[in-house]
Design a protein around this ligand. Sequence first.
Ligand code: SAM
Length: 290
Amino acid sequence: MQRSPTQEESQRDQLHGRQVAAMFGRIARWYDFLNHTLSLGLDIYWRWRLARVALPKPGGVVLDLAAGTLDVSLALLRQYPNIRVAAVDYTLPMLARGKLKLTGGLEERILPAQGDGRLLPLPDESMDAATIAFGIRNIRPRMAAHKEVLRCLKPGGRFCILEFGTGRRKVWGGLYNFYLDKVLPGVGRLFSGDRAAYRYLAETIREFPDERQLSRELMDAGYARVFHVAMLSGIVYLHVAEKMGPEQPKRERQERDAAPLGEPPLRCFTPLDPGLAPHAEPGDEEESGR
Ligand SMILES: C[S@@+](CC[C@H](N)C(=O)[O-])C[C@H]1O[C@@H](n2cnc3c(N)ncnc32)[C@H](O)[C@@H]1O
């Protein structure tokens, strides 16, 4: 059973939220350029993968939480041209940068709005799917966002999370960890003049729970099924949490049919699966396989 946060914890989380918003406000101008540069362009592929698993119904509405400069919203629209996207973010300057990309009718399909993932300005069961890319790490407490998204999703809707794996695990013989500790803050400072922001990025990646902990957290929040896929040796993970709904078996067939050749199948487990036990969880093979 989850305990309620103390007053002190709530105040700390509120302060953290304001600091995060101020920080993204400062780097908004540089955000896209540094994103693409620091990931060598891979972030474009990762967002494409995120959009691909969202599977909203035709004409549906998707919540893009922590939408930032709207790259996920745009990736969603490229794959599902007739949906609409509610692009919610805490930081206005990020959304303002993103809004510059909304031309040629896109402004009628993507609706940016300032809002907090812990208290979404959306009605119950109004969204066909939800996405968040590199945002959940910034929200405290995460559980509040998991539950808010669940509330807003229609039955069977998916919450698709793109996030770095925990930086505590050594990847590529420690090369990635060196990159996080040294290269990221250095390059970040060079361009944006804000070393602290990019140090914060590295710190939050290190502190972030590993994929199994996050899966458990999502199940605790009330999602019916959760699965994850490791990308780039586990530097980045795609997590999908599904709200209980009537169409799950059909969805699994759709995913299998949609997966390009050679791509490992997506895995899933339910609260009844042994996969939730501390050892031998689904996802292990995926990680070691890549
Ligand atoms: C690393 S950026 C990710 C932006 C975008 N999703 C992308 O893929 O580039 C993280 C974003 O999370 C937003 N954010 C942080 N806390 C938030 C909250 N409580 N509610 C909504 N957005 C939040 C920040 O304003 C920032 O734009």
